[in-house]
Design a protein around this ligand. Structure first.
Ligand code: ADP
Ligand code: GN1
Ligand code: MG
Length: 354
């Protein structure tokens, strides 16, 4: 680890380095130097991101763009370059590492502590999307092709069922049936984009609450992080994924499903924040389909957890047996709950958009 740390232009000598955060994909470490400055070191998951150089080009371009356009210096992540001038370092085993300043006096939440926190998240992701309207989308590499093409996620799920690599299909037939019963809905968003009825935007695509940093004291939104999946997409993806994670009444991996539902109060709070942040930039169709966005992102995420469980847990990091199946179950419970609340969600969006 010392060798890896030494490859970067740090201010001081590292005296501490420890695993950090709760991301499912990259390997994240917090390191502190004798100068008191802290850094985030990440091993890029190249199983997920096949083109780490292109990925870092995206992240550099987006962080530079955000830095230029935000007043608070903590409003954008700051890449620490390697001593050879690259925004990443390749170690002797061929692994790709990158480093950021630890955004000072910031906090990352796994769950909103107050409704105001969740409003702030909506505001920040809405502003992020509005700001990126001027970003040159054509310069972005597609870091994960078809990332939110739900039709393709179903194709992958069916492949996982057919191959049944881990021999688990028989034990999760109820979840498989739940997913397949909704396959006909999978193309709704991507078809609206492809037909030109809905605008392509530069979106974040992974808008979990823990991909945003808030000010430690005031909980004002500071900085959107985890920029690996910034790509052209739909506003529904960003809205929907935030609802999936943040408007849920329980954690993504809760095993007591009686605790899992989608809170309409939290849905309303986030919708207000997001629409304020977007500043009137969403079209009528986007507004009308926001509730569908919430449902589709949750259904898609559930199918991804299920496919990974069937494949033997090769994509999402797990911390216990059946972890991905537990995650899949919470997502499908949320989908069922959302299905019973579609009219109320639509009414909330209409009120918030007035
Ligand atoms: P993953 O793709 O695995 O989710 P993230 O980039 O989201 O990785 O990082 C994981 C966690 O590390 C975040 O949820 C957050 O807690 C923390 N983190 C990442 N970057 C920073 C940063 N620049 N400053 C402070 N904390 C950070
Ligand atoms: C992953 O990287 P992280 O933990 O922020 C995943 C998202 C999923 C999410 C589910 C690149 O997000 O797409 O929605 O887990 N990121 C990638 O919690 O696949
Ligand atoms: Mg993350």
């Amino acid at each position: 680890m010392q060798e890896i740390l030494n490859a970067f232009r740090l201010k001081g000598n590292p005296v501490f380095c420890q695993r950090f955060g709760e991301g499912h994909i990259n390997e994240t470490y917090l390191t502190t130097c004798d100068t008191g400055l802290s850094y985030i070191l990440q091993k890029i998951n190249t199983n997920t991101f096949k083109d780490p150089v292109g990925l870092m080009e995206n992240v550099s371009a987006v962080t530079n763009f955000l830095a230029k356009n935000s007043e608070d210096p903590r409003g954008a992540m700051h890449i620490i370059y390697a001593k050879d001038g690259k925004p990443y370092h390749v170690d002797e085993k061929g692994a790709y590492w990158r480093m950021y300043d630890f955004v000072p006096s910031s906090i990352c939440l796994q769950k909103a502590e107050t409704t105001q926190d969740f409003y702030n998240t909506g505001l920040a992701f809405g502003r992020f999307q509005k700001l990126l309207a001027d970003f040159p989308a054509a310069t972005l590499h597609e870091s994960i092709p078809k990332f939110h093409d739900t039709r393709d996620r179903y194709r992958q799920l069916k492949e996982a069922i057919a191959q049944d690599k881990a021999g688990r299909a028989a034990s999760c037939q109820a979840e498989i049936d739940f997913a397949l019963a909704r396959e006909a809905e999978a193309g709704q968003i991507v078809e609206a984009l492809e037909s030109g009825r809905m605008p392509w935007r530069v979106t974040h695509n992974d808008t979990k609450l823990n991909n945003i940093l808030l000010d430690y004291d005031t909980h004002e939104p500071l900085c959107v992080i985890d920029l690996d999946t910034v790509m052209p997409g739909s506003s529904l993806y960003d809205f929907g994924d935030s609802i999936r994670f943040g408007a849920a009444t329980a954690a993504e991996d809760e095993t007591d499903l009686s605790k899992v539902s989608m809170s309409l109060d939290l849905f309303e709070v986030y919708t207000r924040g997001f629409l304020t942040g977007c500043g009137g930039s969403l079209t009528e169709l986007e507004l009308q389909m926001l509730p569908i966005g919430a449902k589709m992102m949750t259904l898609e995420c559930g199918t991804r957890f299920l496919a990974d469980h069937l494949n033997g847990d090769v994509y999402f990091r797990i911390h216990r047996e059946n972890h991905n199946l537990d995650r899949c179950r919470t997502q499908f419970k949320l989908v069922a709950d959302m299905e019973s609340k579609m009219d109320q969600m639509a009414e909330i969006v209409r009120q918030c958009a007035k």
